[in-house]
Design a protein around this ligand. Structure first.
Ligand code: SF4
Length: 247
């Protein structure tokens, strides 16, 4: 169902902050998808050799960033040994290294590194989240899993009432967002494609980008320059000036 303008009707900043905190608490205790619950917990028990001394998060991973963000970045799901290990989205894996470096270069993050919760990373004007909150085996969630988790993203975006641009990292995130916003017919996905969100919703544009997965970055399908162009364009579309971190 398309999002209504103004999300769930929580307009005051303090109320939004409280509602977002409560939503994120709800997300982190969710067990609605038996297959994903089992996988995220198995990965957390078995661990990768390089992280064998760490305690994995092993739970759904909430969104992260600025409550007043005008740019929201949406990925597919936490990585098994990234967000599922550290408890913060896009944190502790190579995709996250790429993403947060780009946000830092764009003046949307105070530092280029995202290693763990509590590492001092702060976003200004940006918020990062994902369609699914649990790591799926092989990065392949089922349609049912996507549909069970999508209401969390819908509610989260409703509370981020300053959001004007949603950057969809990859075709999966784009398709989920287009479905959520009622974009019909849905233009095909392409790097740099801009899709207008219909109606009087707060978010005006979905901006598509190739996902900074290793498959894309190792092969040169996505370069740092290409990602920089995305965030430069996102800032333009969001009407952001040069405010934010100057890195
Ligand atoms: S993927 Fe989403 S809906 Fe499914 S268990 Fe995780 S948080 Fe809950």
């Amino acid at each position: 169902m398309p999002l209504a303008g103004g999300g769930i009707g929580v307009h005051h900043r303090e109320d939004r902050a409280r509602a977002l905190e409560s939503l994120l608490d709800e997300v982190t205790s969710c067990r609605k998808c038996p297959r994903l619950v089992s996988w995220r917990e198995q990965v957390a028990r078995e661990r990768r050799l390089a992280y064998r001394d760490e305690v994995y998060w092993g739970r759904p991973v909430p969104g992260f960033g600025d409550l007043d963000a005008s740019i929201v970045v949406v990925g597919l799901a936490p990585a098994a040994h990234g967000g599922n290990r550290t408890g913060r989205i896009f944190t502790g894996d190579r995709s996250g290294d790429w993403l947060f470096r780009a946000l830092w270069r764009a003046g949307l993050a105070n530092q280029a590194e995202s290693r763990e919760r509590g590492d001092g990373l702060t976003l200004s004007g940006a918020y990062v989240t994902a369609v699914l909150r649990c790591a799926p085996p092989g990065n392949r969630p089922s349609t049912g899993e996507r549909d069970r988790c999508l209401p969390y993203l819908e509610r989260e975006l409703g509370l981020l009432s300053e959001a004007r641009v949603v950057v969809a990292l990859g075709g999966f995130a784009y398709a989920a967002l287009a479905r959520m916003y009622g974009v019909r017919p849905r233009p095909s996905f392409g790097h740099g494609r801009e899709v207008e969100v219909p109606g009087s919703q707060d978010v005006k544009t979905i901006l598509c980008s190739f996902h900074p997965s290793q498959q894309n970055t190792f092969t040169g399908r996505l370069t740092e320059g290409m990602l920089d162009q995305i965030f430069e364009r996102a800032r333009d579309l969001a009407g952001q000036g040069k405010a934010g971190f100057t890195g």
